[in-house]
Unconditional design. Structure first.
Length: 215
């Protein structure tokens, strides 16, 4: 794959709290800019976002930096204590992760909203449809901050949630997404465009590479 299909996840030797959205370690991570809709059409600047990712011996860290120049579509009374089913119908940033590159149809989904709501899911795409495990409990933590013109959102996922611990050089598969705005002008952005007729993120054959880099 080309570098356009690859996100390098930088190793860090020290853990930090996910609430540290400005921790200097974030600046050591490669940044991927997502500028297109799921269809491959270029999205306006106000809807674009970027992603940085880190990993340690204990956890995977993912930070989204999303441009915003429109009213956020979020719950007025956010649920911050448990996962929010249906969160994908509002403004969210998402990461899909398939730890076994030989089984990209088995993957995990993590979402974070600008108001701090979140959800984690385990999924499997089969010829008969998509199976979703709503009871999956990753132990993820999250943090958000709304600023003028942008939203910072970050999640920290214990590696134990994946059932496998990566080593330097390992390659997992996945994709990065953002849902923003209201219909009929709702935007569905994708790092690796899924190129479906209607918006659909659950297309494992379009996943890119997540590469775990050494220290």
């Amino acid at each position: 794959m080309s570098s356009l299909n690859r996100l390098n996840i930088q190793f860090i030797s020290d853990e930090f709290a996910i609430a540290e959205l400005d921790n200097d370690l974030w600046q050591t991570a490669s940044e991927i800019a997502i500028t297109t809709y799921w269809s491959g059409i270029v999205a306006p600047n106000g809807r674009r976002f970027s992603v940085r990712a880190l990993w340690s011996k204990e956890a995977l860290y993912v930070r989204f930096e999303a441009n915003t120049n429109e009213t956020l579509v979020v719950s007025e009374v956010p649920n911050l204590t448990t996962k929010s089913v249906g969160l994908w119908d509002r403004d969210v940033c998402e990461v899909f992760i398939a730890p076994d590159a030989q089984l990209p149809n088995k993957y995990f989904e993590f979402e974070i909203a600008p108001n701090g709501e979140w959800i984690d899911l385990a999924l499997e795409v089969t010829p008969d449809g998509r199976r979703t495990d709503l009871d999956f409990d990753s132990g993820m933590t999250s943090a958000v901050r709304i600023e003028e013109g942008r939203v910072l959102m970050a999640i920290k996922i214990p590696l134990l949630a994946f059932g496998i611990t990566p080593n330097a050089g390992d390659v997992w598969l996945g994709n990065l997404f953002r849902c923003v705005g209201k219909e009929p002008n709702r935007g569905y952005l994708a790092w690796q465009p899924t190129l479906t007729e209607v918006p659909n993120f659950h297309v494992p054959e379009r996943f890119g590479e997540f590469v775990f880099t050494p220290q």
